[in-house]
Write a protein that binds this ligand. Structure first.
Ligand code: SF4
Length: 68
């Protein structure tokens, strides 16, 4: 899994940080999302999918590589 964020879209709602605090953080000055781990391990992927689904600005996208 590869995670992408779009800081231009992010409105600083912070829901992603609540869902997956090991993957997302927020800048202290304005609350804009910061990606901590672009390739989260398997045990965090469900939380990341949830974060992407609930982000009100649709600023999180997730890429699933083809399984080989
Ligand atoms: S949930 Fe979306 S809008 Fe809110 S901080 Fe995270 S990326 Fe930004």
């Amino acid at each position: 899994m590869r995670v992408h964020i779009d800081q231009d879209k992010c409105c600083g709602a912070g829901s992603c940080v609540l869902s997956a605090p090991d993957v997302f953080d927020q800048r202290e000055e304005d609350g804009i999302v910061v990606l901590l781990n672009a390739e989260p391990p398997a045990e965090l992927q469900e939380a990341v999918q949830e974060a992407a689904a609930i982000c009100p600005a649709a600023a999180i996208s997730v890429e699933q590589p083809e399984r080989v």
